[in-house]
Design a protein. Sequence first.
Length: 392
Amino acid sequence: MESFYRTHAYLVEHTNAPVRRDLMDEIDWNDRLIGIKGTRGVGKTTFLLQYAKEKFGTDRSCLFINMNNFYFSNHGIVEFAEQFQRRGGRVLLIDQVFKHPDWSNELRRCYDLFPDLKIIFTGSSVMRLKEENPELCDVVKSYNLRGFSFREYLNLQTGLKFRAYTLEEIMGNHEQIARGILSKVRPLDYFQDYLHHGFYPFFLEKRNFSENLLKTMNMMVEVDILLIKQIELKYLSKIKKLLYLLSVDGPQAPNVSQLANDIQTSRATVMNYIKYLADARLINMVYPYGEEFPKKPAMIMMHNPNLMYSIYPIRVEEQDILDTFFVNVLWKDHKVNKGDKSVSFMVDQVMPFKVCPEGVRLKNNPRLTYAIHRMEKGHGNQIPLWMFGFLY
């Protein structure tokens, strides 16, 4: 046990999160079983360690452990939790909980056996905590940690502390909000860099970002999808090829029959693989209003623009990048559907948006809201695209 305490103390001491994530204040830390999901690379481990540092410092009542430790190949979570509690432990932080084969049942047993112990764990976005683990559905509180928003990226790069705005605030007051932001910084000076490499915190590491992201994408498929969904290794190449073909095609409705032929599998399997890729936050599926999986989506796009620049940089179209950014930021708190010919997307069933590149000639339709790239400050129903990066 002492080795775990030493590792915890070292990690907490050397943790210095570049941006304090807003999720830290959104979680109800009084709950006894808290799950933090998120795609690989968005900073879940750092988030746990930052929580430990803020709330406990070097106090041994809190302990961080990682299921990658070989110790857990021969010991269970319940056994460890019991030892920890005997030593005065009150908060157990478990990273990558899904690496333990019977994690959900063990967490439930901990919840029932140790009423004075709080467990906070991280897991992949592929995990469907409540739907696939009924033993946890009535006790776990689940949260999602996303990659950096443009606002968080801008705060990091400038040292400023801009707050987030709701969609209603932006729609109704974007001109005044923009004036306040523009009095301190020019967001457009940073926006293209964010689209290229600002979503994943590891852009701060002194390594090639695209190579690092490609490795992370491979891990998403090899671990987050194959391991968690228990898919045989021989099908790995098919899933990777499918992801590549979807990225090359750009945002559009998938030709499922052609994709099935290309990767030599059935249409039903292609749709299942597409769902797994969406769960892993590698792609987004956009449907017309009233439709959802297992129907074929009206549009498949990469989950965020950083992925587009890494997986197929020679075929990056500006309009595709802008659409991908818009859908990704709106998806956190809103429902996004495919619009008709004159509308890019319908948000929350009632708000039609058109995403426009710089310099496009608008037939200004008062019923539409235009999200316009490279516009510094908007007016009326024309809003700068960058401002939607302040939604979280």
